[in-house]
Every structure is written in C-alpha cells, then in structure tokens.
Design a protein around this ligand. Structure first.
Ligand code: PEP
Length: 255
C-alpha cells in the first residue's frame, strides 16, 4: 500500500539573517500558513543556528516546522563549534538538513559523514533531509544517475524510514543559478531515486519517503515541478528568503 506523501515546502535560509530579519521572516511564514487553514502541504524553515531560538518563538502555534542546516555526528563533548542533534531537538527542531552540496563542497563532507549525520538525527528523533545531486561536470559527462546512485548507497542509512527521512535531489549546477533541469529530467531522476531507495530499504519505505526537488525553484516554475509524480515538495534557497515567493511556491502544490 502506498503511503500518502504530503508535499513538504522547505526553506533553506543558508547563512542569511540577523535576529530582526529572522523573526520577521518566520512571522510572515507563520502568518501565511495560519491563513491557509487545513493546508494540503507542510512548511519547514531551516534558519542558521543563531536564529533557531527566535524563529522557534515566532513559529509557535503556526504548524510551520523548524529545522537546522547541519549537525554533528557526536552526541556531546569536546567538539568545538559543533552542534549535536540532541541540542537541535532541545531547541525545538524536528528536521535537519544533512549533506547539502555547500557542506559537501565547503567542508569536504563525504557520503560516509552524511550517513553518520543522518543516523545521529534519527537517534535524536529528528527527520533527516538528505541532500544529493550531481555537479555540472558530472551531468555533462552523462554521470547523473551514477552519482545519484552512489550518493544514495553511501549517504542514506539503513535506519531511514518514511517517518524520519526526506531525500532532496539538488543538481549542484541548478542551486542559486536560475537554471533547472527539464521537467522530464527531474521526474526521471526522482523516479530513479525512488527505485534505488526501494532496492535499499524496500518498496513500502521508498513509496513513503518524500523526495524534494531543489535548485532555483521559484513561483514561476513551482507548479510544473510540484505536479510531477515523484516530486513531493521543494527545498528552496533564495526564494525562501522572500515570504511572498515562498508562500506562492507552497500554494503551487497540487490539490
Ligand atoms: C538550496 O540551497 O538548497 C537551493 C535549492 O537554493 P536555490 O533555491 O537558491 O537554488
């Protein structure tokens, strides 16, 4: 039996915002979701660590979910500058992004590390949003499916279930560039990701895991992306910093 997959509209604020900006943006998203009544989508915002507390307060009672952009694999102790998944849960987060391409590039994060971060998230009761996607050179070399296959094999842990894991497909060359794959390419890669998840975790689990598309999603292209059969939401960077654009993307989810 296929588990229904409620679309998830997730905002990755990256390294943007001071306290006042974070509060204002979170309040606008909260007000929007409250105005929707029984929405047919869920919303998630992932602010930088410094804004988590203020955003948590601003989102109270709205139903908008709170996530972090990264976590440590360690539970606690001598890891200067790191933040554990228990700390994130304690601060009110229910989601954490792991393996975003900017972490993979800037901090040389490997699939093995991303996998361990996802396990840490699961251990603390958090949902892991595991990010994968090919570079432009890999795409040009016809290696997209090979890269995605190997990232799923390496980054998605055996503890992944539909209740604790979301996979975000983000072609690296589409992030922040205004470029996107064609609609057919997005659907084909998402269908391939689901089949790889099925081979690894079983068909039922794979059918329930939400697959997000990320990479220059905006109000102009969201409707056709979100209508695809294996696209269950979006991971949105730039447009998530503009509350009206983020809201317009959310209302583009198919009824
Ligand atoms: C992202 O950073 O995850 C992202 C998809 O960014 P943008 O929407 O700006 O391309």
């Amino acid at each position: 039996m296929t588990t229904p997959r409620t679309p998830l509209i997730a905002g990755n604020w990256k390294m943007n915002g001071l306290q006042g900006d974070g509060r204002a943006l979170a309040s606008a998203v909260a007000d929007f979701l409250k105005s929707q009544g029984a929405a047919n989508f869920e919303m998630l915002v992932c602010p930088p660590f410094t804004l988590i507390s203020a955003v948590h307060d601003a989102l109270a009672g709205s139903g908008v979910k709170l996530g972090a952009q990264d976590c440590s694999t360690a539970a606690k102790g001598a890891h200067t500058g790191d933040i554990s998944t228990d700390m994130l849960a304690d601060a009110g987060c229910t989601y954490v992004l792991v393996g975003h391409s900017e972490r993979r590039t800037d901090h040389r994060e490997t699939d093995e590390l991303v996998n361990a971060k996802a396990v840490a998230a699961h251990t603390s009761g958090l949902n892991a949003v595991i990010c994968i996607g090919e570079t432009e050179a890999e795409r040009d070399g016809g290696k997209t499916l090979d890269v995605v296959k190997s990232q799923i094999a390496g980054s998605v842990p055996g503890s992944a279930t539909a209740a604790n894991t979301v996979v975000a497909y983000e072609p690296v060359w589409a992030i922040g560039t205004g470029r996107t794959p064609t609609i057919d390419e997005v659907q084909d890669v998402h269908a391939f990701i689901r089949s790889e998840l099925a081979a690894k975790l079983g068909q039922d689990v794979a059918d329930g895991i939400r697959l997000l598309y990320g990479g220059s999603m905006n109000p102009g292209n969201a409707s056709e992306l979100l209508a695809l059969g294996d696209v269950d939401g979006g991971l949105i960077g730039g447009a998530s910093l503009k509350p009206e654009d983020f809201a317009a993307i959310a209302t583009s989810c198919p009824a």
